[in-house]
Ligand binder design. Sequence first.
Ligand SMILES: Cc1cc2nc3c(=O)[nH]c(=O)nc-3n(C[C@H](O)[C@H](O)[C@H](O)COP(=O)(O)OP(=O)(O)OC[C@H]3O[C@@H](n4cnc5c(N)ncnc54)[C@H](O)[C@@H]3O)c2cc1C
Length: 791
Amino acid sequence: MKNGVLPLRAQVVIVGGGIAGCSVAYHLAELGWTDVVLLEQGQLSCGTTWHAAGLVGQLRSTESMTRLIQYSTDLYGRLEAETGFGTGWKQCGSVSVARTPERMTQLRRTAAQARTYGITAEVVSPAEAAELWPVMRTDDLVGAVWLPGDGKANPADLTQALARGAQRHGVQVVERLRVLDTVVRDGRVHGVHTSEGFIECEVLVNCAGQWARELGRQAGVTVPLHSAEHYYIVTAPIDGVRPDLPVLRDPDGYAYFKEEVGGLVVGGFEPDAKPWGMDGIPHPFEFQLLDEDWDQFSIIMENAVQRVPALESTGVRMFYNGPESFTPDNMFLLGEAPAVAGYFVAAGFNSAGIASAGGAGRALAEWIVNGSPTSDLWPADLRRFAPWAGNPAWLRERVTETLGLHYAMSWPNRELETARPLRRSPVHHLLAASGACFGSKMGWERVSYFGPAAPYTFERPEWQAHVDAEVTACRTGAALFDQTSFAKFVLKGPDACQVLRRLCCAEVDVEVGRVVYTGMLNDRGGYESDLTLTRVARDEYLVVSGSAQATRDFDHLSKGIGDQRAVLVDVTSAYAVFGVMGPESRSILQSLSSADFTAFDFGTSRLVDLGHATVRATRVTYVGELGWELYVPSEFAVTVYETLLGTGRLTQAGYYAIEAMRLEKGYRAWGRELGPDLTPAEAGLRFTCRPGGGYRGAERALTAPARRVVSLTVDDPAAHLWGGESLLTDAGPVGYVTSAAYSPTLGRVVALAVVAEPLPGKVQVDLAGALYPAQISLKAPYDPTSSRVKA
Ligand SMILES: Cc1cc2nc3c(=O)[nH]c(=O)nc-3n(C[C@H](O)[C@H](O)[C@H](O)COP(=O)(O)OP(=O)(O)OC[C@H]3O[C@@H](n4cnc5c(N)ncnc54)[C@H](O)[C@@H]3O)c2cc1C
């Protein structure tokens, strides 16, 4: 499909003519951007798209991602009428079955979530599931969920329809043209060298599928994905398999089923996947498959036969083994690259590219046109990774696990197991020797709690007693937390204060030595991040934010500097951070230092001696107790930690205890309660916004809230919440729980939730289908003696 002469320049060059590239092109054109060229080295859909099974399941773990796929289904439903090209879209619905009570709990939770997001989801019995899908065996099932809005499409046709839709608006689609190199000038995309010459562009969109990592590398952009083999078979016709049969998912059996010309497509997600392409993707690789691997497929096949006994005696017409790209966390990669302006990515679709491409294409096109995302895309944001995540050996090991996550139990607090440990605090060995159970975030090993690993559960977990003890120690004595994984930057220069005044909603022009908690808002008044800033000199701030936000915040701050006189340096690795928190923290620190901890105001920070070391002590708290965060140069970390432990008065504690305590105190967390779609007024954080505005997002930050972050407690002390649960009134869903933990202080679960205005008087929590009365309040359920916290 060559149309016209190859231009010398275009506003946007899209690399890759799979479903992702075509969707971005289609949506750019819809938004009126038509100076766009899409380049495909082979033919449209020849990479991974052509051999996809075409399942489109709407349900995702967050609201924004679910809405994104809901949009895909809307689009696919109308594309044929709009473009005149068949898409094979059929809204056939889907049935997901449970073989175990735990899986059924998961399905019930999922169904409740779906309803909150406006998706029809019905819990059905095995007998009802058999009516929907008569050829399956159901005597070994506990139950099922029916999602009538799910569907299936023909991926190659869908891609053509999107391309035609884009072309109709003037987008140029060029096949058989390979991008060989990317040119970046002064931190901006400048153009691409192709097999037929140079094209200058302002925006480059990397939609190169499993080639995207290598394409990104040319421009210094990290696109962390790795290919793995992925399989399905197509069977001969089977009696009772009719064209309108829903899609069937049997996650406990790793398998899915879809009707195809009277037979079945049988595919799945095995728990231990097989990476591919370790030496790079061979060239050319068009409409190509890999060798059959029945050994690797056997776990899916054996389970498929258990579900559909007719398969035992049905012939197999075709074995598809196609490589697909997978990411370290099973979410795709979307957005502008942090280091190269104008470089956008939509890749790494983890075998959900057909389902995701419609919504992802629209979201990225809006991002390109508006200069920033128009909704919360954090779960898919490319900036959730850092350059270390591009390491191919690390990725290769990690994708053996991520492929299987599709059908693995989505246990609360589930941790990935492969390619760990990677990033370790300097005191990791001391924590391990003390019996820490580690979780991981942004590659860091972090203490969840001190105690043995315990089985995953939806109920109250076995580790709860350890966490309770840590919370109680912190509330009544003092606890020691290793928080080294915090992202830490230094912003320095004559204009540092001005830069931060523009980006931050709080007053940051404070005296040297003062600490400020602030939001950084977007133009919609939503939270790009929340940070703690310490003014360490007139022209210098120490910026501290959450471990997961390191790349995102660095990017946001660096872009915010513009041409002002300030530099931003990532000093995360230079400092360990130890939290000493609890009513006894003052006297413990005092016993180790000549500094005066009695004259140390809340929200101040200074250098102090501690044992033989010198550290920065900052008086803040995220747990609602008197306490200090100690910023310790890495080389002193072990000495300082040993000195602190040597007092014999500190209980070591982990992140689960922090979570429980911050929820008791109603402290919000970015990525849970706070996010790009939520304003300070909605978050209940108006008090952090300086009067008079003058900061980004000020116009929208304080407008009347349509919803609110509220604290929530469940009346029944035995009920256990994890976050994600729906909140209902008699009128239907009114919100959902964003974070939850058991509070030993209150003897019941405490949570934060987002609830629509006007706030209802009474709510019930949907706990896997069972309803529990709960209390919501704008106030935190626990308020320790304020003198201890604020004195
Ligand atoms: C067996 C199997 C079953 C699947 N089933 C489903 C399913 O049921 N539902 C679902 O949602 N998803 C499914 N998927 C996943 C889906 O196929 C992918 O996620 C999706 O096709 C990815 O699309 P893409 O556009 O990102 O990549 P691709 O389709 O691979 O497109 C990338 C394109 O970029 C081109 N390109 C690369 N480098 C260059 C360059 N330098 N110059 C020019 N062009 C370049 C390539 O030639 C390629 O055509 C399945 C995948 C497999 C393997």
